[in-house]
Design a binder for this molecule. Structure first.
Ligand SMILES: Nc1nc2c(ncn2[C@@H]2O[C@H](COP(=O)(O)OP(=O)(O)O)[C@@H](O)[C@H]2O)c(=O)[nH]1
Ligand SMILES: [Mg+2]
Ligand SMILES: [Zn+2]
Ligand SMILES: [Zn+2]
Length: 398
């Protein structure tokens, strides 16, 4: 069946893989009278993620290549039959619901745009309020140092701790390739009266888009090519009319260019990744998020949805999306970003503007500490929910 021959990107290495030709890692549940398989360093994991942890072997054919199949293959050494599906390229275990119709959504932003703090906030929101709101479940897949780091940041920020250190974060990204944080979104659905679970995969790696002009670009390009929708973070302080406010508040501005040049770089990569001609618009939906919106609350009426907490209704409201989009467009225009708006219009078939605050209030930028109010994420999940609604995965109402 064509469906089973379709190629879907691996959420860990972004290689397009055939879902009916997966590799399998031995579960170690040996059959009676057989030899036992022993854990060893997996060269593919080592290559892709600098992960040298010994693991049970991936099952190979007599010629030494990985034995591939749609359903679990038997381990020739120990006879185990219930083995784990792994990506034939990077050997990472695949999410339970990974299949031919698994869309993958990602997030990019330049250095300083607020990725680490926002992803830490998103981690909390997805597993808590969002899962409850949509009566679904959101879970992380496998062990991930990155997910552990989100939990550590969230805890530290809640208790008045320091903000992430830029240089350290960049160092980790450069020397060791991190495993992305992968979430599986499952929602009970009823299709033709048969209820089945459908899974959507969210794959985030913390330095995606940090440096669109250097070596990171290779991974960024694969990531952009693999994604069926993207969240792009933009730092409001980097708009021409806000530079003064940035200076007054002692916001440290990394030299990453204007929001317009950031969008140009991402558009260029997206066009290349998806092979979109200059005369056509990019089809993949783009959620453009103005981060740190708390620092601009004075420009939003108190009763506006942008200042209100997220809805608790189990559906996305199109009217609210539009109200938020319109107000953010107005702000961007006043900040000297009309060129950015025109570029979005010219290059994207479907884009939406959002405002979010990971911290909920302004930090002491120079001292790198969260404010007294701590860590109160505000509307960080909305962009992801919109992408899910665009794919019909969560309900949208007028
Ligand atoms: N006002 C405000 N500032 C933020 C917020 N999130 C991050 N920041 C600021 O932006 C800086 C960079 O954030 P970070 O998450 O490390 O950005 P990254 O380089 O993209 O990972 C932080 O040190 C804070 O000064 C927020 O929600 N509100
Ligand atoms: Mg960071
Ligand atoms: Zn892979
Ligand atoms: Zn075995």
């Amino acid at each position: 069946m064509a469906l089973f021959d379709s190629k879907v990107p691996c959420p860990y290495c972004y290689t397009r893989i055939n879902v009916s030709k997966l590799a399998y890692r031995c579960s170690g549940m040996k059959a009676a009278g057989k030899d036992t398989c022993e854990p060893a360093v997996d060269a593919r994991r080592q290559d892709h993620f600098t992960d040298g942890q010994p693991r049970l072997p991936v099952i190979t054919a007599p010629d030494g290549s990985d034995l591939l199949g749609r359903n679990s293959v038997e381990c020739g050494t120990c006879g185990s039959t219930q083995n784990f599906r792994v990506c034939p390229e990077c050997h990472h275990e695949l999410p339970h619901g990974f299949g031919p119709d698994s869309p993958l959504f990602g997030l990019v932003g330049v250095r300083g745009s607020g990725k680490t703090v926002l992803l830490s906030a998103l981690h909390r929101e997805l597993e808590g309020p969002v899962a409850a709101r949509f009566r679904g479940s959101v879970s992380t897949v496998g062990q991930s140092k990155l997910v552990d780091s989100f939990e550590t940041w969230a805890r530290a920020l809640s208790t008045g701790g320091s903000l992430p250190d830029q240089t350290a974060a960049v160092g980790i990204g450069r020397d060791a390739k991190q495993t992305p944080a992968v979430y599986e979104w499952r929602e009970p659905r009823t299709v033709a009266r048969i209820s089945r679970d459908r899974a959507t995969v969210l794959s985030f790696y913390d330095n995606a888009g940090e440096d669109v002009s250097t070596q990171d670009a290779v991974l960024s390009r694969a990531y952009l090519a693999a994604s069926s929708g993207m969240v792009l973070l933009l730092d409001p302080f980097t708009f021409p009319e806000n530079l003064r406010r940035a200076e007054e508040r002692r916001v440290e501005l990394p030299e990453t260019g204007t929001p317009e040049s950031v969008l140009d770089a991402i558009t260029y990569l997206l066009r290349a990744a998806h092979g979109v001609k200059q005369s056509r618009k990019i089809k993949q939906p783009l959620a453009v998020v103005i981060t740190k919106i708390d620092a601009f609350f004075d420009q939003i009426p108190a009763e506006h949805p942008l200042r209100q907490p997220s809805s608790t209704a189990p559906a996305v409201s199109r009217a609210e999306l539009q109200t938020v989009h319109d107000h953010v467009a107005l702000m961007i225009d006043q900040w000297g970003g009309s060129g950015l708006l025109r570029k979005l219009d010219a290059n994207y078939e479907s884009f939406r503007l959002f405002g979010a605050s990971a911290l909920g209030s302004e930090p002491d930028y120079a001292a790198r500490r969260a404010g007294d109010r701590g860590f109160l994420p505000h509307r960080v999940a909305e962009p992801v929910l919109w992408l899910l609604a665009e794919r019909g995965i969560v309900q949208a109402v007028d």
